[in-house]
Write a protein that binds this ligand. Structure first.
Ligand code: SAM
Length: 269
């Protein structure tokens, strides 16, 4: 279940600031798991790995009810939000558990279905996490992965501060050891773990530009900025220039943002 590598810390760069939460909380099974839900049936057991605030989890749970859903996250505050969301929606078939997906506290071959969204590209050892998912999935079971690939994101107009924000974001991800283009690696990760890959597709999430611009500038000013300055990759002054361009972008009548996601289905034979 565990290996020597599992003992190492994994840095979760996105963090839990308001900007990151604003991104994540609006996601639903309809918006981010439509490729996966047709494979779910009432009565299935399902594991949601890295459930975050639970917006997608509740939609998956409704599909398999009265089947039991286990939703895990490494961060207790995320689980508290997800628990509240499930209660608000009247769902009683979800158990929320604090767990590390590098060392899942479940027996081999435990679940009929497993889902994971926006987690693998945040990990320095995605292949180890994928191996754990493979281990706890039942033979014949299906696993759905929804993963961002920042290399496919589209911004218009590409103002200088936005170009620079993108460059710094990639530099920081690479410094930490994440793969910000992780989505495109899903099929390779699936094959490496032993899965058969039944689907590999890419979609765009169209995001309201002012909302995106606000979250991006808050994230640079508050969450990522201090680390970038400590690493000598930017300065306070440059962050202010970037924020000014995000503010222009937010008001620009022609602004457009498309965020790239790669989605894959893995089957365990
Ligand atoms: C970007 S959020 C995605 C949340 C949700 N799946 C979604 O797409 O809306 C990533 C989540 O993975 C969790 N996470 C990161 N590393 C983890 C680990 N090693 N084990 C379990 N959860 C982890 C984080 O705490 C965070 O809640």
């Amino acid at each position: 279940m565990t290996s020597e590598m599992d003992q190492q810390d994994d840095t979760y760069l996105v963090g839990y600031g308001d900007a990151a939460q604003a991104w994540i909380s609006h996601r639903t099974a309809e918006s981010h798991a439509a490729f996966f839900t047709p494979h779910l049936k009432s009565g299935m057991t399902l594991l949601d790995c890295g459930c975050g605030p639970g917006g997608i989890t509740v939609g998956l749970a409704a599909k398999v009810a009265p089947g039991a859903v286990t939703a895990i996250d490494i961060e207790s505050a995320q689980l508290a939000k997800a628990t509240q969301r499930a209660a608000d929606e009247g769902l009683t078939n979800i158990t929320f558990e604090e767990a590390n997906l590098f060392d899942l506290p479940y027996d081999d071959n435990s679940f009929d279905a497993i889902y994971m969204s926006a987690v693998l590209s945040n990990l320095q050892r995605p292949h180890d996490a994928m191996a754990e998912v493979y281990r706890v999935l039942k033979p014949g079971g299906v696993a759905g992965f929804n993963e961002f690939d920042s290399g496919g994101d589209i911004y218009y107009p590409m103002l200088p501060g936005i170009q620079r924000s993108t460059e710094l974001y990639f530099k920081l991800r690479e410094h930490v050891g994440d793969d910000p283009r992780g989505g495109r690696r899903l099929k390779a990760l699936l094959h490496q773990a032993g899965f058969q890959c039944d689907l590999m597709q890419a979609i765009y999430e169209i995001i309201e530009p002012a909302h995106y611009a606000h979250a991006a500038s808050v994230q640079f000013e508050q969450d990522l900025g201090p680390t970038l300055i400590d690493l000598g990759l930017t300065t306070e002054k440059e962050i202010q220039h970037m924020s000014a361009d995000w503010a222009k972008f937010a008001k620009h009548p022609d602004a457009f943002v498309g965020a790239a996601w790669v989605q894959a289905l893995g089957r365990k034979s």
